[in-house]
Structures are given as structure tokens and as C-alpha cells.
Write a new protein. Structure first.
Length: 308
């Protein structure tokens, strides 16, 4: 059971995420507590959240958009640094929302306006995701470096306590690194808001910057469990017809064939996966549990090693 804080001054609600009925009730409650009025987020007091207009924005989304939500980290440890940056026209960067480590929310542009959060990016045939997506930034130091025996944010040089550090491999990388963890309240508020955005705008999916710009971006990183977050916000349930377990140690590769490199170490026997598509004797799967310190691993496995 979790003690869940619903936003800035919301009353505490005890929520058991493992109970589907309880979680549906939670989503129903938060959709009454938070609302979007004329593309501006309002809290449970009926008032708009803190709004700091950014000059770094485009026009109104085209018909049928926004279609996606993109999650980011700020790569810095304080909300004020991001707020100041997005308010500066020299930044040429922005997002729709910022969620602080204490759950505070700042909006920079209405949700029907294009912001500059994605940069060079592509997904599912779309190029330049600014024109097709809402962007949320989470205050988080991102990838950390070790300096004089301390973990330090590489951008603002602030020390991050050891209990806020995760050592893990990024899904697009091969080596372990240190990552700043997210706070519980920050993630809870993110679920509240994202669930409302999905419902209001009919969003098709939730992605990370690392998904749409995999060769230059690593946010929100391995400390953010995208699979779990996506399921909570979009109300997805596993299709049990497509869930399998590995019958032996099996490579998970970047493509459908032995000529493609593994994306991580071999999956151990009994690893639970969901098959998303098939190509010949190969299956493209999402790993439904943490393996080798990684969340949200996806790749191709030889189908004969999957059992129902």
C-alpha cells in the first residue's frame, strides 16, 4: 500500500496500485480533482497552476494533434533553473509542464500550443515531434558523475545524496552509469497529470526523449519505469494471450536475426515478456520485469525459447 499525495495540497489517499479496481478508483478521483480548462491545467482548488509564459513556442497544433506525450528530465537538480531557462528567449527550448521534486507544477504554454522540447526527433513516420506532442519535464539531475567521492549533477554541479542514486544500464547503452532517481511525489503527480492529458487529448502513447532521439538523448533514463508509468496513465492491461516466459538463457537482440547485437545480457530462464510483433522465427518483445538493472528492455528473441 502507498500513501499518495495528490498534487500540491491534495489530501492523502491510500492507493494499492496492484489492485486494478483500486487503481481505477484512484484515476476516477484524480480526474475530479484536477482539470484542464481552455488548455490550462487547474488544481483541486479550481485555480490554474503556476504559469510562467515561455517565449520559446510555436503556433497551434495542427488538426489531429497533439498525439503523443514526451517525458524528459531537466538534467539539473532545481526547478528554478529550468523555469528561468524556459523563460529566456536565448534558450530556444521549452516544454508544456515542469514537475518539481516536491510535486510542484509550473506550466509554460497552453496544451494546444507547440513548445520546443523534442528537437531533432522522429517516431512512427513523424519527423520533428515538437509539432505532434506535449512535453513534460521532471526536475532530475539525469546522468551523474563521481567527483571527490560524491555523486554530482554534471550540469549544476550540485551533490546528489547516495540514497538518490541508481546504478543501471540505459536501454540504449552497454555500460552501467549513475542516475538521479525520481521522488515518489514527483512520480505520483506525473501520473495524475498524464492520466488527465491522455483522457483530454486522446493521446496515442507516452514516450521518452530517448525513444524519439535515441542517438543524442537519454531522458528520462533507467530511473524512470516507462512501462509501469505508461500502464498506469493509459489504463493498459497486459494481453495475456501474448505474454510468455523464456525457457532458457536467451539473447535479446537489436534486430530479427543472429547478425544483430544483443541489447543487454542474456535473459535468464523464467523472464516474463510480452510479444509485440513477430517476423519469421523471431519475436519482438517487451520485458515485463527488471533485468540486469534495466527497466523497459525491448528487443528480438528467437521464438522457440518462449513458452506460455
Amino acid at each position: 500500500m502507498h500513501s499518495l499525495h495528490l498534487g500540491l495540497d491534495y489530501e492523502l489517499l491510500t492507493t494499492d496500485y496492484s489492485n486494478p479496481a483500486c487503481f481505477r478508483l484512484f484515476l476516477l478521483i484524480i480526474n475530479f480533482l484536477m482539470k484542464i480548462v481552455k488548455h490550462i491545467l487547474h488544481g483541486n482548488d479550481g485555480k490554474p497552476v503556476n504559469f510562467v509564459a515561455t517565449p520559446n513556442r510555436g503556433g497551434v497544433f495542427g488538426a489531429g494533434f497533439p498525439k503523443y506525450l514526451i517525458m524528459h528530465y531537466t538534467a539539473a537538480t532545481t526547478a528554478q533553473s529550468a523555469i528561468s531557462w524556459f523563460a529566456n528567449n536565448k534558450a530556444k527550448a521549452s516544454a508544456h509542464l515542469l514537475i518539481g521534486r516536491d510535486g510542484t507544477i509550473t506550466q509554460f504554454a497552453p496544451f494546444n500550443i507547440i513548445t520546443w522540447h523534442a528537437g531533432e526527433s522522429q517516431w512512427s513516420g513523424l519527423i520533428g515531434l515538437n509539432k505532434f506532442s506535449i512535453g513534460i519535464e521532471l526536475v532530475n539531475g539525469g546522468r551523474l558523475q563521481k567527483t571527490a567521492g560524491h555523486w554530482v549533477c554534471s550540469v549544476d554541479k550540485k551533490v546528489v545524496p547516495d540514497n538518490e542514486v541508481l546504478i543501471a544500464k540505459h536501454k540504449n547503452e552497454q555500460a552501467d552509469a549513475a542516475w538521479h532517481t525520481y521522488t515518489e511525489i514527483q512520480l505520483d503527480v506525473s501520473v495524475e497529470i498524464t492520466s488527465l492529458l491522455v483522457k483530454t487529448y486522446g493521446l496515442a502513447d507516452i514516450l521518452g526523449h530517448e525513444d524519439i532521439s535515441p542517438f543524442r538523448k537519454s531522458d528520462p533514463g533507467p530511473a524512470f519505469s516507462m512501462s509501469s508509468f505508461r500502464s498506469k496513465c493509459m489504463g493498459r492491461k497486459e494481453n495475456t494471450l501474448n505474454v510468455f516466459t523464456t525457457s532458457a538463457d536467451v539473447n535479446i537482440r537489436s534486430g530479427a536475426g543472429t547478425q544483430f547485437i544483443p541489447v543487454t545480457e542474456m535473459l535468464p530462464p523464467g523472464t516474463k515478456v510480452q510479444v509485440l510483433k513477430r517476423e519469421g522465427n523471431w519475436s519482438f518483445v517487451e520485458v515485463l520485469q527488471k533485468v540486469h538493472g534495466l527497466n523497459d528492455v525491448e528487443g528480438w528473441v528467437f521464438s522457440k525459447f518462449l513458452v506460455s
